[in-house]
Ligand binder design. Structure first.
Ligand SMILES: Cc1ncc(COP(=O)(O)O)c(C=O)c1O
Length: 451
């Protein structure tokens, strides 16, 4: 059998072994495979090296986590120092205060913070905190938005044209077989950027809602810019009805020095974080208004909302996060912003030159490509057709063949070690793809005409 040039023999052998111990050969549903995953030997700066010795520019950055790329020297040094002093204790350490001070100092909405181990856990505790604070149980969320693996935020995460319902009245759809109907009853689904829909839904459910959870630019929802009037409507509806706004910035905190809510004019009551604040180690955090965060206060006995966690605020995640965040200064953000504009503009220019039915969305260090000519407005617009899915699969494959890891169906992330030359390399690869895949681009046009 011919050897597939995209996946080397060692990766294939690893996958064969892994298939004997994992349900589908992997330990995460999000692992890409074409046809098997690439097994990684090491990462350095903006590059990944697979076990077969090939080098790739990494636009995945472990799902946008590694804002300084791989093996960032200050993180390696901080971790080496810390591991020699112990990895975790049932007592607090100074490093957790320092990271908390940094976050409270930078993110305007954060007066108090609590650390956990993942973004999922941060979202889970933010929702519980909103419930404990308001005494209400329902939440509102955006269709197609990803907030991790807590049941209530999984509702309508993967809604499809068959089940998502009327655009004026999106249905709450189950994410997995057997999801309790009571969970669906507790979640109200909104469409991103739909001001009228938001107002309509709010008028029906306002009195029962503890929180509206919004990712200001949902990645899985399309990485689409929020309309200022939508942000304003979320804020108004929440304030008028005693509902808390949770800004889920687990992914989008990387949009500016002050985070994503500050960038888009949202003033949340709670903010969830993860990914970049751990410097490459597992982390999550929930922060926000002092009076709301009081639900975690156990100084006078059992708090309204107890939150613990064996590894919460462990000193390895704290020191790695601190090293990464301290180096994420205004200069670093300016570099990422400029590079992001350079890549998005270059891709946009190539699309115009080839008159290709594609578009690029995103901001700051993030971008996402869509198989449609018109800029999408919400999750329903980015739901792929069969021809669109084929095109995107081929694009990811072409990038891999040309030494770039481009996430499929998710956001691509730039990192601080990337240079303008890396940016040009990405843009050139994209132009090369358009040049060689006219047939696929024609198929998109044809599928649009026949739909
Ligand atoms: C917006 C958002 N919220 C929550 C999560 C969950 O974070 P974790 O994977 O650390 O549990 C993610 C992960 O991608 C995310 O993008």
């Amino acid at each position: 059998m011919a050897v597939d040039m995209r996946v080397g023999q060692k990766s294939k052998d690893n996958f064969d072994r892994a298939s004997l111990v994992f349900p589908d050969g992997t330990s995460r549903v999000t692992i890409e495979r074409d046809p098997t995953p690439l097994y990684i030997d090491r990462g350095i700066g903006s590059y990944l090296f697979d076990v077969d010795g090939r080098r790739f520019v990494d636009l995945n950055c472990n799902f946008t986590t590694l804002i300084h790329g791989h093996a960032f020297a200050p993180v390696v040094e901080a971790l080496t120092r810390q591991i020699q002093r112990g990895s975790c204790f049932a007592n607090p350490t100074e490093s957790e205060i320092e990271l908390a001070e940094l976050l409270c100092g930078r993110i305007p909405a954060i007066e108090r913070v609590r650390f956990v181990n993942t973004g999922t856990e941060a979202v889970l505790f933010a929702i519980k905190a909103a419930r404990a604070f308001t005494g209400r149980s329902k939440i509102a969320k955006l269709e197609g938005a990803y907030h991790g693996a807590y049941d209530w935020v999984e509702v309508s995460q993967a809604a499809t044209p068959d089940n998502w319902g009327d655009p004026m009245e999106p249905k709450s759809t189950a994410f997995y077989r057997g999801m309790p109907a009571s969970v669906l009853d507790e979640v109200v689904v909104l469409r991103f950027n739909d001001v009228e829909g938001l107002r309509r839904v709010m008028s029906l459910h306002a009195a029962d809602l503890a929180a509206i959870i919004v990712d200001p630019m949902p990645s899985r929802g399309g990485l689409i810019a929020p309309k200022p009037e939508f942000i304003a409507a979320v804020q108004e509806a929440a304030r008028a009805n005693g509902i808390l706004v949770i800004s889920d910035e687990v992914l989008n905190l990387r949009q500016s020095f002050h985070g994503a809510s500050a960038r888009y004019g949202l003033v949340p009551d709670l903010v969830t974080m993860g990914k970049i604040i751990g410097g490459g180690l597992p982390i999550g955090a929930v922060g926000g208004r002092e009076d709301v965060m009081k639900v975690f206060d156990g100084s006078a006995g059992r708090p309204l909302l107890p939150q613990g966690g064996t590894f919460s605020a462990n000193p390895l995640s704290m020191t790695a996060g601190l090293a990464a965040m301290r180096h994420l200064d205004h200069v670093a953000f300016a570099h990422l912003e400029t590079l992001g504009d350079f890549v998005r503009d270059g891709i946009g220019r190539a699309i115009s030159i080839w008159d290709a039915p594609l578009c690029v969305t995103g901001a700051a260090s993030l971008f996402r490509l869509h198989p449609r000519a018109q800029a999408p407005n919400d999750y329903r617009d980015i739901y792929p057709t069969a021809a669109g899915a084929t095109l995107m699969k081929q694009l990811t494959r072409f990038f891999a063949d040309n030494g770039i890891i481009l996430p499929y169906g998710a956001s691509a992330a730039l990192s601080t070690p990337m240079t303008r030359a890396d940016g040009q390399f990405i843009v050139d690869a994209f132009a090369g793809f358009l040049d060689r895949h006219q047939n696929l681009l024609d198929a998109i046009e044809a599928s649009k005409r026949s739909s």
